[in-house]
Write a protein that binds this ligand. Structure first.
Ligand SMILES: Nc1ncnc2c1ncn2[C@@H]1O[C@H](COP(=O)(O)OP(=O)(O)OP(=O)(O)O)[C@@H](O)[C@H]1O
Ligand SMILES: Nc1ncnc2c1ncn2[C@@H]1O[C@H](COP(=O)(O)OP(=O)(O)OP(=O)(O)O)[C@@H](O)[C@H]1O
Ligand SMILES: [Mg+2]
Ligand SMILES: [Mg+2]
Lengths: 267, 267
């Protein structure tokens, strides 16, 4: 069995890619096989894992456009124990190119199915939008993690996000669940942040009474603190554990990886 | 004559709205009449200026859909000397609703033309995308400011951004110019940030030799430092000058407003 998680948030720059890459690295450090699937035409996860985005050698785009291709030929081990199904900028065209195709939302799920159980953890890095690529991720995934910032304006987008998750769960993927929120770039010092955190917590407490995909969602602890090392390591194509293993960012993503793995093992 | 500036960056969460709102407030503080045009279906500028996004009383959406409406009836003075042409979530539909209309990219320009010279400074807050709303802003504006972070992944999107500006300049708006970059959430302490800043500076130095809309673009100084007060004040519907007039965020946006006004006066 596989834990397949979509990291989604239509808001830009909230920590989706940083979380996908470093959570995956944390999982690999715990000795578990993990696949990162880069679904963003910006290809930032691909870049952050050390690949040259202009070197075209088979990518997510090809697999979505031509379902007869074998994804096992495209996936590469980019760090020890960490595999990548890369993106490239052509992916920006996939929405319009597949606009007519009736099976367009299900193609990613089929690609993952062809990879079988080779990877125990699969993390899908979504673009900042609620279009075809993100919806495909929600169709293919079993769970959702929402990276976000503990800021007032960040709360505004959550409703729309959950509406989309609810829609996919009702129409296509009834087993889809929101595992929870990962607070990124956390600046715990202020009343403001604490208030936003409290808002989120009470929202999830209320949700327990609901029959929604986020009924058992939670805020993952500890939050991931703001740490400049996390912004630097992508420019070297390194994960935080390679670049600055003693940094706060490494500690926080190691802790998140522990949570994600242990709650899976004890399910 | 009017200084009409589009604040654009297709990347999300980089400081477009925070800069639009607080630069506008800084300009109003200097005694100049300023209009904020909220072009984002998220309506964050509208929210940050104290309006209730669910209170529908005429908005950007209506003016784009029905060019016979008078924008003077929709614009409101929301702070002393600061007017707002508000957005609301319906704006998300405008791209598909106007998809067939041949004049769709020019409608915003016509709306602004109907407001005449009532406002000396007009700031257009763009959504995180390069779609109809952003392109309309580039057609309507005379200049572009690019809020961005001094981070590696942020640099990756600049090429695409300038490509879009160049396209609009060639096809529709030959007088469009990129005034420059506003560095937001600046964390000046590290080598990384200094390197990204140096990259940007040398890019603009090179651009002097070009015949592009960004030939005379520059990095505005000082950068706007990361300051939690700037993240807090939207939740009170206040600008930084109302909420925390002595904070670093207020100083930095006051300095930016000085630059934007004085370079206009001395043109
Ligand atoms: N905890 C952190 N501390 C400091 N910087 C961070 C942290 N997390 C992310 N960043 C930086 O913030 C920026 C945005 O993060 P990231 O790219 O992960 O967001 P995203 O949600 O994937 O963005 P997009 O919507 O463009 O895909 C990046 O430059 C990243 O390096
Ligand atoms: N200098 C700063 N210091 C601290 N927080 C900031 C600063 N500038 C912006 N922020 C916060 O960062 C978040 C993103 O900023 P903002 O909304 O201005 O970006 P944006 O580019 O308009 O985003 P979007 O792409 O969603 O429109 C907001 O929560 C904002 O309050
Ligand atoms: Mg990303
Ligand atoms: Mg904004």
């Amino acid at each position: 069995p596989q834990r397949v998680i979509a990291l989604m948030n239509q808001k830009g720059g909230v920590g989706k890619t940083t979380t996908t890459v470093n959570l995956a690295a944390g999982i690999a450090r715990l000795g578990r096989r993990v696949l990162v699937v880069d679904l963003d035409p910006q290809a930032h996860a691909t870049l952050a894992l050390g690949l040259d985005p202009s070197e075209i050698s088979g990518s997510m785009y090809d697999l979505l456009i031509d379902p007869s291709l074998d994804p096992n030929q495209v996936v590469r081990e980019v760090k020890p124990g960490l595999w990548l199904l890369r993106a490239e900028t052509d992916l920006a065209a996939v929405e319009s190119e597949l606009a007519g195709a009736p099976d367009r939302h299900g193609r990613l799920a089929k690609v993952l199915a062809r990879l079988g159980d080779a990877y125990e953890f699969v993390l899908l890095d979504c673009p900042p939008a609620l279009g075809l690529l993100t919806v495909s991720a929600l169709v293919a995934a079993r769970e959702v993690l929402v990276p976000m910032q503990a800021q007032f304006l960040a709360l505004q987008g959550v409703g729309k996000l959950l509406e989309t998750v609810g829609l996919v769960a009702r129409e296509v993927n009834p087993r889809l669940r929101v595992a929870g929120v990962v607070l990124c770039m956390f600046d715990g010092q202020t009343t403001h942040t604490q208030e936003v955190l409290a808002d989120l917590e009470s929202f999830f407490t209320e949700a327990r009474k609901s029959q929604t995909p986020w009924q058992f969602a939670r805020v993952y602890r500890p939050p991931v603190r703001r740490n400049i090392k996390l912004a630097e390591c992508p420019s070297f194509g390194q994960t935080i554990f390679e670049y600055a293993p003693d940094a706060a960012g490494a500690k926080d993503y190691a802790a998140l990886a522990e949570s994600v793995v242990s709650e899976w093992d004890s399910r």
